[in-house]
Design a protein around this ligand. Structure first.
Ligand SMILES: [Fe+2]
Length: 135
């Protein structure tokens, strides 16, 4: 379902908050997909572990696509750090995969925990500002 622009009618400070959230989350989701790409460059995606990583990567691709759509619809400028973020994500994925399955999984678990916490904080902030965009 296509996303309709919601920030158009918002107060400037609310629009700024939403744009900031979209910008940060867009970078985060791209970084997450890059971590998985890096890990899948090392692990064979046809092994049991590789399939597990690939499934998580596919979920991240959906998240990434959502924010790719949002950043265009809401006319939000991506972070200037975007290219560096992507390279760092890929390097983190390759690096942790080279350390082994345990390190790779520890990395993804840690990243998912931080992202989950981050989204909860954003949801709280939106609630505090009485903003509900229902994306
Ligand atoms: Fe995600």
């Amino acid at each position: 379902m296509p996303i309709k622009k919601k920030t158009k009618k918002l107060k400037p400070q609310d629009k700024k908050l939403i744009e900031e959230i979209i910008r940060v989350d867009h970078a985060g989701e791209h970084g997450a997909t890059q971590i998985y790409r890096g890990q899948l460059a090392i692990f064979n995606e046809h092994t049991e572990f590789g399939k597990e990583i690939k499934e998580m990567a596919e979920q991240e691709e959906i998240h990434k696509s959502t924010f790719d759509e949002l950043i265009v619809k809401e006319d939000v400028k991506p972070t200037i750090m975007f290219p560096i973020w992507n390279i760092a994500g890929y390097a983190l994925g390759v690096g942790t995969a080279l350390l082994g399955k345990k390190a790779a999984m520890a990395c993804t678990v840690a990243v998912e925990e931080v992202i989950g916490q981050h989204y909860e904080e954003q949801a709280e902030e939106l609630k505090k500002e009485k903003l509900n965009l229902n994306y």
